[in-house]
Write a protein that binds this ligand. Structure first.
Ligand SMILES: *Cc1c(COP(=O)(O)O)cnc(C)c1O
Length: 415
């Protein structure tokens, strides 16, 4: 756990310490986007051969976000959802700050454990939060010593009993409707109210211990009242378990869905209130969360290079070297609304053109923006995409020979 000097701990963290960390003084750059532009310019200045799309990851952001989490939700341990962005330097920084991890597959468990035995403890620091797990992955979790996993079906109980008899379960319940999330997860996961008792009974019958309850209100939930309803529903499961004569549940996992900024403070207030109201009489319950987007989104900035241009009358068309099959897959998969800006900035009074920006592949679907106002740009110029840390690099493909994994990530620290 980190005391008053978290950045030192982060700089020597596994995943970070072997990387070159670019120090960057914010100076009088007050806006985050100016800091991001400054970071990108520093990368280019010190790496003149960098001629293709790259990311800058600002560790200072993660340190700040961790501090804000601690302040707003002091009773909730964040277990970072690895699928959101599995970059090892982000995982290492979060581990050094004291986070646990939500892993959903064998490879994610391996990525977290590879941070080192002294850093991550499989039993204490990992929740295997995929309600439906391949048997081989579950057997791996057993070998690796990961002992807490979610479920929402009777088949899963039988599978856990078969493949990982030492595992404890969190019953994943479906959050209330109406969260207006960017990505709704309730259409796929979570026990319905009427399924709770049968699922508790199934575990009881199978002799697989149930440790607690989890939910996920959806990624980027806009209506924060869903957290209130979900905490209330979770308490009903705790009571149902007691009525069935099961050992008292002791873990509440409030999932993810958080976005950084004022919305996070609002969500935290709702959650703290709901926890006091519905779990105030159960002070021993351990509360964890599974934030992904909250920690990753604003910490990564993408710089993509203009690799082609076509002028059609008043319209400008550009090709850049990342697109919808690459890390900008978030435009489709995560409803990211791109608002790229030229790294060079806009000169006052400079004319802009309705512009189309294409990705590099030969598919016409690979179009990043259309009818978007940009100043005149040239091949070799850079476009900056802010807030690109969540659900981007991890979900890109190799389509057409453009490998998302080729997009380099530079680690930086702004102060
Ligand atoms: C994706 C996911 C998360 C992270 O969600 P965010 O909205 O990014 O915070 C957490 N838990 C589970 C089970 C998930 O599937």
């Amino acid at each position: 756990m980190v005391g008053s000097i978290p950045i030192q701990a982060v700089l020597v963290a596994p995943g970070v310490k072997d990387r070159k960390v670019l120090e960057f003084k914010r100076g009088d750059a007050l806006k985050d986007r100016d800091v991001a532009s400054g970071l990108i310019r520093s990368v280019l200045a010190s790496n003149p051969t960098q001629r293709s799309a790259f990311y800058v990851f600002d560790l200072a952001k993660v340190v700040d976000l961790f501090r804000s989490w601690r302040r707003a939700l002091p009773g909730v341990r964040p277990c970072y959802a690895v699928k959101c962005n599995p970059d090892p330097s982000l995982l290492g920084a979060l581990a050094a700050l004291g986070a646990g991890f939500d892993c959903a597959s064998r490879a994610e468990i391996e990525a977290v454990l590879s941070l080192g035995a002294g850093v991550v403890h499989p039993r204490r620091d990992i929740v295997y939060a995929n309600p439906c797990k391949p048997e081989a992955h579950l057997e791996f979790a057993a070998e690796a010593g990961v002992t807490l996993a979610t479920y929402d079906s009777e088949e899963e109980v039988a599978k856990v009993r078969r493949c990982h008899p030492g595992c404890e379960l969190l019953l994943r319940i479906k959050g209330p409707d109406g969260g207006d999330a960017r990505v709704d997860l309730g259409t796929k996961y979570g026990a319905l109210a009427g399924e709770v008792v049968p699922l508790l009974r199934a575990a009881q019958r199978a002799g697989v211990p149930v440790a607690g309850v989890s939910f996920h209100v959806g990624s980027g939930a806009a209506n924060l009242d869903v957290y209130r309803g979900a905490v209330e529903d979770a308490r009903k499961v705790f009571d149902a378990a007691t009525e069935l004569g099961m050992p008292p549940l002791r873990v509440l996992d409030i999932g993810g869905g958080f976005v950084s900024g004022p919305k996070f403070e609002d969500a935290a207030a709702v959650i703290n209130d709901a926890l006091a109201r519905h779990f105030g009489d159960l002070p021993c319950v351990e509360v964890i969360g599974e934030p992904g987007r909250y920690f990753a989104e604003t910490a990564f900035t993408l710089a993509a290079r203009v690799i082609g241009k076509r002028v059609r009358g008043e319209v400008r068309e550009y090709w850049i070297d990342d697109g919808l099959y690459g890390s900008l897959n978030c435009v489709i998969m995560d409803h990211y609304v791109p608002t790229p800006r030229p790294l060079a900035g806009a000169r006052p009074g400079e004319r802009t053109y309705a512009s189309t920006v294409f990705g590099p592949t030969c598919d016409s679907l690979d179009t990043v923006v259309r009818g978007y106002q940009l100043p005149e740009m040239s091949v070799g110029d850079w476009l900056v995409f802010d807030d690109m840390g969540a659900y981007t690099t991890g979900a890109g493909s190799n389509f057409n020979g453009f490998a998302t994994s080729d997009i380099k990530i530079y680690v930086a620290y702004s102060s």
